[in-house]
Design a binder for this molecule. Structure first.
Ligand SMILES: Cc1ncc(COP(=O)(O)O)c(C=O)c1O
Length: 413
């Protein structure tokens, strides 16, 4: 007898755009196809890159017979949590020395955002205060909204960030939105290499942002997915986070090691918590433990071991910084070459933003129709927003991509 499935009423969900784009790219048989959608580093030969330091550390771990597969503590590997927080806040951070910084080892940066969001819903601005406004930059990484909605927040708002006209930061709008936000609102701030715009506030602009946030009593939840990747320099890319802490803010900082260690599928992240005093920190961490226990119970060890061994061994740390710089430098080179090529072609528009933006992504300013043309006619895959991953460019496909962009812009308005 035919019995209807218990799940007959489940609606089909839309695919996640960036993964769908990659699937379409894989099916495309055209020899010149280029994928500028995916959010991962590629070498100049268009291949994924296992950082040499990671290969080395993986072998050290594999041959260390003192290691085993016992459960980690619920909050994670202690030396991983401590060293992660230290690269975010700085070796000599007073907050660290005052024992008011703690970490929660999480499953990637996404896990850190999720655990942080869950904690805030439960324990921030009253108990289970689902009405606390959450402000996400417009535009932002598309997962931000969903993570906070799924954590139970009901009032998700956009703050102005991108000025399309000037292809840069919409600072006046941003400051106005901070000014008008209800007290205790939560602002998700990209620590560096803003995704998708590649546009960060300058130190002076961050100071203005922090001033308003302090006066208006707003909470800063930093998302740090690209430390080192943006400028090639860990300190520079952590400037905003460190500045806020130096100004006395209590913050959360979701750190991802997916990009800067190339450990995408190991799911390694850390939620750094900076509290006013160590007593508050202890209570916060005790609640974090409850949340983790019912979420993944305890985290995986491999990625955390790789990161902590690297960060805690001076020679390996130096080698890692070198590897990160290799990635950042290749991105900077591709930016310069893409801009030069578009200028040489006389492509309408200004292209300074290509080299002004930093990190993995560039917000080209291409409109959805031009994007569609690039995908359909040129086999160049990019997000509908016009975001391109600079790592998808190589010395071999750069001319083709620039000529295709030129064609799309001159043919399609
Ligand atoms: C802004 C931003 N936050 C967080 C993440 C999540 O990183 P992970 O893969 O470590 O979860 C990403 C990854 O694309 C990102 O771009």
């Amino acid at each position: 007898p035919l019995i209807m499935s218990l799940f007959a009423e489940v609606p089909q969900a839309a695919p996640v755009a960036v993964f769908k784009l990659t699937a379409d790219f894989r099916e495309d048989k055209h020899p010149s196809k280029v994928n500028l959608g995916v959010g991962a580093y590629r070498t100049d030969a268009c291949q994924p890159w296992v950082l040499p330091v990671v290969r080395k550390v993986e072998q050290l771990i594999a041959s260390d017979s003192s290691l085993n597969h016992e459960y980690l503590p619920i909050l994670g590997l202690p030396e991983f949590r401590a060293s992660s927080s230290k690269i975010a806040l700085g070796e000599d951070s007073p907050a660290v020395q005052e024992h008011r910084v703690g970490g929660v080892q999480c499953l990637g940066g996404t896990g850190a955002l999720k655990i942080g969001a869950e904690f805030l819903r439960r324990w921030y601005n009253g108990i289970n205060n689902t009405a606390t406004p959450i402000y996400i930059s417009s535009p932002s990484w598309e997962n931000h909204n969903a993570v906070f909605i799924d954590a139970g927040f009901s009032d998700i708002r956009a703050y102005r960030y991108w000025d399309a006209e000037k292809r840069g930061l919409a600072l006046p709008g941003f400051l106005e939105d901070l000014e008008n936000a209800p007290e205790s609102s939560i602002f998700v701030l990209h620590a560096c290499a803003h995704n998708p715009t590649g546009t960060d506030p300058t130190p002076d602009e961050w100071k203005q942002i922090a001033d308003v946030m302090k006066r208006r009593k707003l909470f800063a939840f930093f998302d740090s997915a690209y430390q080192g990747f943006a400028s090639g320099n860990l300190e520079k890319d952590a400037w905003a986070v460190r500045y806020f802490v130096s100004q006395g803010f209590e913050i959360f900082c979701a750190q991802s090691f997916s990009k800067n260690f190339g450990l995408y599928n190991e799911r390694v992240g850390n939620l750094t918590v900076v509290a006013k005093d160590s007593d508050s920190l202890t209570r916060v961490l005790s609640q974090m433990e409850k949340i983790v226990r019912t979420t993944w119970s305890n985290p995986p060890s491999q990625g955390a071991r790789i990161v902590s061994l690297t960060l805690n061994t001076p020679e390996l740390f130096a080698e890692w910084k070198d590897n990160v710089k290799t990635m950042a430098d290749r991105v900077l080179l591709m930016r310069a070459q893409l801009k030069a090529k578009l200028l040489a072609l006389g492509t309408p528009g200004t292209w300074d933003h290509i080299t002004q933006q930093i990190g993995m992504f560039s917000f080209t300013g291409l409109n959805p129709k031009q994007v569609e043309y690039l995908i359909k006619e040129k086999h160049v895959y990019l997000m509908a927003s016009g975001r391109i991953n600079m790592c998808g460019l190589t010395t071999k496909n750069l001319d083709y991509v620039a000529e295709s962009i030129h064609e799309a812009i001159t043919k399609i308005q």
